[in-house]
Ligand binder design. Structure first.
Ligand code: AMP
Length: 395
């Protein structure tokens, strides 16, 4: 893997694709994690004596030019605080002002381009836009793992203009190293904990994990499709009726591979989708009509703990219940704590994909995890065994 650690960028003008797609409320950044994660790469380049041109997308503008709502201006201001340096921000939608500012940029200076998605070609992987961006610098670094599953002008196509001078940033390299470790060099017993709302979004992940893990724990809304597929009554729980055959195939596949599979034996259910709903715990295959499964029950938690206690590697994707509602967050909290203990015992634990990181943050579980991925969709696709365009482009 060609990372920026292996080179000296003194005197270079380096274009860095970052993922600064941060949440904003009334123009204020509410969580700057993604910006902070890119700091090591930016600092390394600056300390080498490079001029650094940062680029990112933010949200989903129409692609027809500048839109104030989607401007990266708050990010530019925040970067100035974090770096304690002025940040050149032309704030135009890729006109002469951008080109002139890039030309004038000196070693040790930082510049941020406007939202790449102001230009329609970006998300289409337009070669002309990639060529335009490439003309602004002499070296390309991709540090945007969160956008690595997109074949866009700035994430993949641009790399072809830098055959000898393209590199992975430090965040991107860290993500790939961890995912490779998980998928190809995990210490056994290896347990996957897969939850979240829908089976449909996890089918390919489950299939790819079948010959890698020793244990599979299924929880969350997706568990009820599996329970129904095996003849259980799941009341009004979330079910994907068009995925019942797929669920049976997946169960068969895991059985064939000798993987120990745990579906929740008991479920905390509610009479409506509300934190204040009436609730009771019942066997997962006997949920009464009018009730819906919202969280895994105590017996299920105990069974999961037994498996996790003897695991050396854990991959966790997706909450075990509706963790956003306090009354249904216990299963996710307990399993998260138990995963934390695997880390404490010297095991290796990883969380990511979809909304998993939100659950870990909200329940205060981040300290106990060895590796938390910054890439929701990108991590899921990596776990599915797919090649990510942003990774392939650097090679
Ligand atoms: P994902 O993005 O696929 O990981 O799904 C996360 C979402 O799944 C969260 O918003 C949870 O509230 C939701 N979820 C987890 N368990 C259930 C459940 N039993 N019923 C409905 N939604 C659930």
């Amino acid at each position: 893997m060609k990372t920026i650690e292996q080179a000296d960028f003194k005197g270079k003008k380096v274009l860095v694709r970052c993922d600064f797609n941060v949440p904003l409320k009334n123009g204020t950044i509410t969580d700057d994690t993604r910006i902070r994660e890119c700091m090591p790469t930016i600092r390394k380049l600056l300390s080498d004596g490079a001029a650094v041109i940062l680029m990112s997308h933010l949200g989903r503008p129409a692609g027809t030019g500048y839109e104030a709502e989607y401007s990266l201006s708050p990010v530019a201001k925040h970067l100035e605080k974090l770096l304690e340096l002025p940040v050149v921000f032309p704030g135009d939608a890729f006109t002469e002002a951008t080109e002139n500012a890039a030309k004038a940029l000196q070693p040790g200076q930082v510049m941020l381009l406007e939202n790449l998605r102001f230009i329609k070609g970006e998300t289409k992987g337009d070669e002309n836009f990639a060529r335009y961006l490439a003309s602004l610098g002499d070296t390309y670094v991709n540090d945007a793992f969160g956008a690595a599953h997109r074949s866009h002008s700035s994430t993949a196509v641009i790399a072809s203009f830098f055959p000898q001078s393209k590199y992975f940033g430090l965040l991107m390299a860290h993500e790939i190293e961890n995912l490779e470790k998980l998928l190809h060099h995990a210490e056994h017993p290896f347990t996957a904990v897969i939850g979240g709302a829908k089976v449909s979004s996890k089918i390919d992940v489950l299939k790819n994990l079948a010959d890698k893990v020793d244990n599979l724990i299924i929880g969350g809304g997706m568990a009820y499709t599996f329970v129904k597929a095996t003849g259980g009554s799941v009341g009004n729980s979330l079910v994907e009726d068009d995925k019942l055959d797929t669920a049976r195939e997946i169960l068969e596949e895991f059985k064939k591979k000798g993987v120990r599979l745990l579906l929740p034996s008991d479920t905390v259910c509610a009479d409506r989708f509300d934190n204040d709903a009436q609730r009771k715990t019942v066997p997962t295959d006997a949920i009464p009509d009018g009730w819906m499964g919202m969280d895994i029950g105590k017996d299920s938690i105990a069974a999961c703990q037994e498996v996790l206690n003897e695991s050396r590697s854990v991959l966790w994707n997706g909450p075990l219940g509706v963790f956003e509602m306090e009354n249904f967050s216990n299963g996710t909290l307990q399993i998260g704590r138990c995963i934390g203990k695997v880390t404490e015992r010297g095991g290796y634990t990883a969380v990511g994909g979809g909304d998993s990181v939100a659950a870990v943050n909200r329940l205060g579980l981040t300290q106990g995890i060895s590796y938390i991925s910054t890439g929701g969709g990108a991590m899921l696709e990596y776990l599915e065994g797919k090649k990510l365009p942003g990774v392939e482009a650097i090679g």
